[in-house]
Ligand binder design. Structure first.
Ligand SMILES: C[S@@+](CC[C@H](N)C(=O)[O-])C[C@H]1O[C@@H](n2cnc3c(N)ncnc32)[C@H](O)[C@@H]1O
Length: 259
């Protein structure tokens, strides 16, 4: 049995089956090997309900819908849609550490910015930044699976020309960026602080995530002289947003948007 279902914006889902569990996994692997995206979906009952809950879009501030390519919801009802196939990399959009940085991008990207995504994983932040209007996005990761996933997801979301993906270490980057996002653990963020501060454009902001609330002040101290402008907390996770002085040596602005 093959069933086709349109889910808006030119996206049609193809359902095949019934398969045994083994056949379904093999079919998905074969489809992926041919360059398509595929997942195994339960046929019905509680397993299907759980799968549908898991693949429901993550909606960020009513402006950004993040979902899997195989999510069964009508994309035409959404404003900006980011379709992410993690394919082994981190980042479906649902994790609190990711959601807090997505919210910062939604709230702060005005259009035309240069963005650096450090530890891009699946590319969810990089692709979201591009779809929200960033002029260019540099996405880096130490994991080859993340580089492959981000490259594929940028193409899938038709921003492949504006998202440059690589394994370049931050210390070897030479550009300066209006926006930097990094969702890595506290120790990694502290270690990267000098290199990331050197990559901030005057007046630019950096969103750091993957912290416990108790780690925020320690990480903030590593990013001085950049000033803290927001410290959101979600489900026991914390993030930190700092801004660079508009003129080197001057105090940066504090915008009062603390969440
Ligand atoms: C928690 S995931 C975040 C993925 C995605 N940005 C998100 O927010 O959902 C962290 C990613 O950072 C990468 N990573 C860790 N340390 C790194 C470093 N020093 N430079 C670049 N990437 C790093 C990991 O390989 C992993 O893909």
């Amino acid at each position: 049995m093959v069933d086709l279902r349109s889910v808006g914006r030119g996206r049609t889902l193809l359902f095949g089956g019934p398969f045994s569990d083994r056949e379904a996994v093999d079919a998905a692997i074969g489809i992926r090997a041919a360059g398509w995206t595929a997942d195994v979906r339960p046929e019905g009952g509680g397993h299907l309900a759980a799968w549908q809950a898991h693949t429901r879009p993550v909606i960020v501030d009513g402006r950004l819908w993040v979902c899997f390519p195989w999510s069964e919801f009508d994309r035409d009802q959404a404003r900006t849609v980011v379709e992410i196939d993690p394919d082994g990399a981190f980042g479906t959009g649902g994790h609190p550490t990711t959601r807090m940085l997505l919210a910062q991008l939604v709230g702060r990207i005005e259009g035309g910015e240069s963005v650096l995504d450090v530890g891009c994983g699946s590319g969810v932040l990089a692709v979201a930044a591009a779809l929200l209007g960033a002029a260019s996005v540099t996405a880096v990761d130490i994991s080859p699976a993340a580089i492959a996933a981000t490259t594929a997801n940028a193409v899938r979301n038709q921003v492949g020309k504006r998202v440059v993906v690589s394994g370049t270490p931050v210390a070897e980057l030479t550009d300066r960026f209006d926006v930097i996002v990094a969702n890595i653990h506290a120790a990694g963020l502290r270690e990267l602080a000098p290199a990331l501060l050197a990559r901030m454009a005057p007046g630019g902001w950096v969103g750091l995530s993957g912290l416990s609330p108790a780690q925020v002040s320690l990480v903030a101290a590593a990013y001085r002289p950049a000033s803290v402008i927001a410290t959101p907390v979600l489900d026991d996770w914390a993030a930190l947003v700092v801004v660079a002085p508009a003129v080197p040596g001057e105090n940066p602005p504090v915008d009062g948007n603390s969440h």
